[in-house]
Design a protein around this ligand. Structure first.
Ligand SMILES: *Cc1c(COP(=O)(O)O)cnc(C)c1O
Length: 405
């Protein structure tokens, strides 16, 4: 079913704004998505009528807030295909989710062990593992990418050794748009008893995610890239792993009993949720995912794939343009470089025309050095973007190029 774009765009108040006196064209969805009324209203409704601390009070409001918070956990865990809501931990985003696992996994990483990541990882799925390896005197290895921006799974097989303790990989690259074959990668890793963490920050709003089908051990994602609020996210972990791992932070909520000398920890997921959680954030996150579900993730995917294909064909007509990331399996992200022009200069001129794109290294400096470029101009699409916007972007790009050469 095609998306009803006029109606959808009315759901997002920010989209009717003007920027530098021009209609806003928001092509920076890879950095964060805009929020529909459903999300904005859900958060404000919580503070207007439900605000109370959760899991504590015997009073009415606390019960309401707790029920809604736990219902959000249930909905979000079902959204990603988890079999049990105990496997979903609320965090402040994909970054914290990954740091949680990297810190908790530290007990299982010994000198000379290896962790494998890929060359296309966001700093959030690279630096935590690098620092863990430095601390534990382990080695961080990375799987290189092929010229089209995809991974070579035969190379992965060769990279794995008896010392490999964990594989951490993005589901979709925020720079290349590549959709990695996670199911196949997990199968390879599990053959060697290696757990897999998937960074799903770019995937959750664009493709169907089913953690049971992927069979990954951990899946990290953020609300704000899926039409929900900032500072909110989640970590899925298989119960067998979450039960084994030690808590990441300590305080209220995550305890069962406390004495001056000793503490016993709460069960999962609470063991990993120290302190008062962002209840409004959880409800907003649920509302964002419900919005996606209402439109249908497959309809969204089809729409964004069409936009990407259309925009890719159009930019390739321009002189000196190279598309960075040409995997057969990609979505929603168009990174380009234009010969002789700095992406930042292009981005600045496009901004003057009301067009929001991202320029630079996209939190993936090692990938930039692998590709031998300093940065790209990235247009990343969301469910509310249109072909008309792509046309304006192309005209703007041509104009900007003519001003810079
Ligand atoms: C945005 C992003 C992250 C980090 O997400 P935060 O919401 O900033 O924690 C991690 N990985 C990828 C691929 C991303 O695009």
């Amino acid at each position: 079913m095609p998306l009803e774009l006029t109606k959808i765009r009315n759901d997002f108040p920010i989209l009717s704004q003007k920027v530098h006196n021009k209609p806003l064209i928001y092509f920076d969805n890879g950095a964060t998505t805009q929020k529909p009324w459903e999300v904005i209203n859900r958060i404000s409704e919580y503070y207007k009528t439900e605000n109370s601390n959760v899991h504590r009070g015997t009073h009415y409001l606390s019960q309401v807030a707790t029920d809604h918070f736990e219902n959000a956990r249930k909905y979000i865990s079902e959204f990603i295909g988890a079999s049990n809501q105990r496997e979903l931990i609320f965090t402040k985003g994909a970054t914290e989710s990954i740091n949680l696992v990297a810190t908790a996994m530290s007990d299982y990483i010994n000198p000379d062990d290896e962790i494998i990541i890929t060359a296309m990882e966001h700093h959030s799925n690279m630096v935590p593992w690098q620092q863990l390896c430095l601390k534990r005197k382990a080695n961080l290895k990375h799987l290189t990418i092929q010229p089209d921006g995809s991974l070579d799974l035969n190379k992965l097989e060769r990279l794995i050794s008896p010392s490999t303790k964990l594989l951490a990989i993005s589901h979709i690259s925020n720079v290349l748009g590549t959709i990695n074959p996670i199911k196949e990668i997990v199968r390879i890793a599990h053959k060697h008893n290696i757990p897999v963490l998937v960074d799903g920050a770019q995937a959750i709003a664009h493709i169907k995610v089913d953690v049971q089908e992927l069979d990954c051990d951990f899946y990290a994602f953020s609300a704000h890239k899926a039409y929900g609020p900032m500072g909110m996210g989640a970590l899925y972990g298989k119960a067998e792993w979450l039960d084994r791992l030690s808590p990441y932070q300590f305080g209220g909520e995550m305890i069962s009993t406390v004495s001056f000398s000793k503490t016993t920890f709460n069960e999962i997921p609470y063991k990993f949720e120290a302190g008062t959680p962002d209840v409004a954030g959880a409800l907003g996150m649920e509302a964002g995912l419900r919005y996606i579900d209402k439109l249908g993730i497959d309809n969204i995917r089809k729409h964004e794939d069409e936009l990407l294909e259309y925009a890719t064909a159009k930019v390739q007509e321009l002189e000196g343009v190279s598309v960075i990331g040409e995997s057969n399996d990609k979505t929603a992200v168009l990174s380009i470089v234009i010969e002789g022009i700095h992406p930042f200069d292009l981005g600045t001129l496009l901004d003057q025309m009301g067009i929001a794109v991202r320029t630079g290294n996209h939190c993936a400096q090692p990938l930039m050095s692998c590709l031998n470029i300093s940065g790209t101009l990235r247009a990343s699409f969301g469910l509310y973007n249109t072909k008309d916007e792509v046309d304006i972007f192309i005209v703007g790009l041509k104009k900007a190029v003519s001003m810079l050469v």
